[in-house]
Design a protein around this ligand. Structure first.
Ligand code: BEZ
Length: 209
């Protein structure tokens, strides 16, 4: 096997990174990338990540020619065009827009959950902005309620961009916000998540304890 020609700037705690890793495993491409561990925060960008990526966001993917792709949605699309199996992002039609919209809902959960994490773990308690924190949590609850009401059958139909994104968002809530106890309000989502969590791609990308 040849050495990986691409580098993925990676942190196992990031749900955005996890989406990419899950798709790589689901499509059999995990050996194509070397992982470069990094921990950028909102106040400490990582010098390696910044090269060719002024946003400093992870995941970022350095290609063999030195160019850099970001963010996670771009990298997912890139890798989904690089395997021979069924696309995990539908190429066109209603399915494309619906699956991407479900993925965007999951992205909304991740954005809010990561912001809450930064606010509560990095800022001193006296500086926490309670109404802002509450609205981030409300956003998460609204999305979960909508998925419970309207999307379970779609999520269960195949493990594609929508399902991968929702699974990684739920994994991040469990990892950083176990106090949210979302399962009692959304039992169908919880049952779906219990099943997909057993997939090798989810097991192999669990955030660190
Ligand atoms: C975290 O530790 O929760 C985290 C790390 C990297 C990106 C996003 C979240």
């Amino acid at each position: 096997m040849s050495a990986p020609s691409m580098t993925l700037f990676h942190n196992p705690a990031s749900p955005f990174v996890r989406k990419v890793c899950v798709l790589l495993i689901e499509t059999g491409q995990q050996d194509r990338v070397a992982l470069h561990a990094c921990m950028p925060t909102p106040v400490t960008p990582d010098a390696d990540v910044l090269q060719g990526n002024p946003t400093g966001k992870i995941p970022a993917l350095r290609l063999a020619d030195g160019s850099v792709l970001h963010d996670s949605r771009v990298i997912l699309d890139y890798f989904d065009h690089q395997h021979v199996g069924n696309p995990l992002i539908p190429r066109d039609g209603c399915a494309r827009w619906r699956r991407l919209t479900l993925a965007s809902m999951a992205e909304g959960i991740m954005d809010a959950a990561v912001l809450v994490r930064y606010e509560t773990a990095m800022r001193p308690p006296e500086k926490h902005w309670a109404p802002w924190l509450e609205e981030q949590r409300n956003k998460i609850r609204r999305v979960l309620a909508e998925l419970e009401r309207d999307a379970i059958a779609e999520l269960a139909s195949h493990f594609d961009i929508a399902a991968i994104s929702v699974a990684c968002a739920l994994g991040y809530i469990d990892f950083r916000h176990p106090d949210m106890q979302w399962r009692s309000d959304t039992p169908k989502l919880a049952a779906w998540y219990a099943e997909v969590s057993l997939r090798p791609s989810m097991q192999q990308t669990q955030p660190p304890l």
